[in-house]
Design a protein around this ligand. Structure first.
Ligand code: SF4
Ligand code: SF4
Length: 367
């Protein structure tokens, strides 16, 4: 793997920036490696790498429950993992890197510790974190992860499969978790019927602990959890994920966000940006025309195509000033705003909205 270096301080001059947020190259495919690396370095603050396929649970609100990730234990190929880290090293990446999507990273202790240590060695200033169901956590394991270089941990204490959320069981899960680690969780949020949230610190590691009623707060994961799909949502909100995130599944598939599930055929066919093995580097994938088109669609306050039309992730109403600002950015970098809105016209992604009843995955999984 060739190692390149780029002068980070010149990125803003290299690119044609109109604001601290949006760049011309977000919406077109830049020609040169330097431009693509500069765009990535300027934009991406969260690299998500699903280092394994396996999860030991099958939560009823998770797309994992519709496939076999119990016995399937594929690992993101070493050469792909190395490519990602070495490309990030070439831009001296110092922001977040997450080690999970729909996998349970702690299920493979030797691999997880090796991955954390490798990232810490090559990206010494990065923030390494992941979400876990907490089933395998012990004090000893936590200490080993801290020594390897972990920065922060998120623990979601799920109920058993097909058990509805209830407050008594939720509190019991918190108590059992605290007992196992020998230290109490300081509860910050206790909302009956909704969620319990708290934190504890062990070996100087901040551990965020949650249990949440996902029948209320779950996401439909790009439509792969039909029971959670709010077909009337009609999202018009922009989304920052395809700008700020770079997301790679365990098989090397690149998606525009963490809502996509690699084991879902619809997601693979229609929402994948491609496989990272097919790109010369991660910057070419991030700066591809396919991902640029997602960013075009998600820049403005406007009707969204499937699967974003039913996605509640970071959904919000814009002020008049923000709507106008984003419309102006769109006109400058993409073109005139069409009437009717682009998302209302037939397109492969739009067509998927009409096929929703045929989607074959009916459960959801949440972190
Ligand atoms: S709106 Fe939802 S599905 Fe669409 S890119 Fe954003 S997070 Fe992903
Ligand atoms: S929600 Fe998390 S723990 Fe539950 S099945 Fe999905 S990935 Fe596994």
């Amino acid at each position: 793997m060739c190692l390149r270096t780029f002068p980070i301080k010149s990125y803003r001059e290299t690119l044609n920036m109109v604001s601290t947020s949006f760049l011309k190259h977000h919406f077109i495919a830049p020609d040169t490696l330097e431009e693509r690396a500069a765009l990535f370095a300027q934009s991406v603050s969260n690299v998500v790498v699903e280092i394994t396929q396996h999860c030991n649970r099958q939560c009823s609100y998770c797309p994992v429950s519709g496939v076999d990730r119990l016995t399937n234990r594929a690992i993101l190929p070493h050469e792909i993992f190395d490519q990602i880290i070495h490309d990030l090293e070439s831009i001296e990446y110092d922001k977040s890197i997450c080690l999970n999507l729909y996998n349970e990273p702690t299920a493979d202790r030797p691999l997880l510790l090796q991955r954390i240590a490798y990232i810490r060695q090559h990206l010494p200033k990065s923030r390494i974190y992941f979400s876990t169901n907490g089933d395998f956590l012990t004090r000893d394991y936590l200490q080993a992860m801290v020594e390897a270089g972990l920065s922060e941990l998120y623990v979601t204490l799920h109920p058993p499969k097909n058990h509805a959320y209830d407050d008594a069981s939720a509190m019991t899960r918190f108590t059992e978790f605290s007992s196992r680690l020998g230290k109490g969780v300081k509860v910050h949020v206790l909302s009956p019927g909704h969620t319990i949230q708290g934190t504890l610190t062990l070996f100087n590691l901040k551990i965020n602990v949650f249990t949440t009623n996902y029948t209320i707060y779950g996401s439909d994961r790009g439509g792969s959890v039909a029971s959670l799909t709010n077909a009337s949502l009609g999202r018009t909100s922009p989304c920052s994920r395809p700008f700020n995130d770079f997301t790679v599944s365990y098989d090397g598939t690149i998606f525009p966000c963490c809502q996509m599930f690699a084991d879902n055929d619809v997601h693979q066919t229609y929402y994948s940006i491609g496989n990272i093995a097919d790109f010369p580097d991660i910057f070419a994938a991030y700066a591809s025309i396919t991902l640029a088109k997602w960013r075009q669609d998600l820049l403005r306050f406007s009707p969204k195509a499937s699967p974003c039309d039913t996605c509640s992730e970071d959904c919000r109403v814009g002020s008049e000033a923000e709507i106008a600002e984003r419309d102006a950015v769109y006109r400058q970098f993409v073109g005139e705003i069409e009437t009717p809105e682009p998302a209302q016209q037939p397109s492969p992604r739009r067509l998927l909205s009409w096929l929703k009843p045929q989607r074959h995955l009916t459960k959801t999984g949440q972190r």
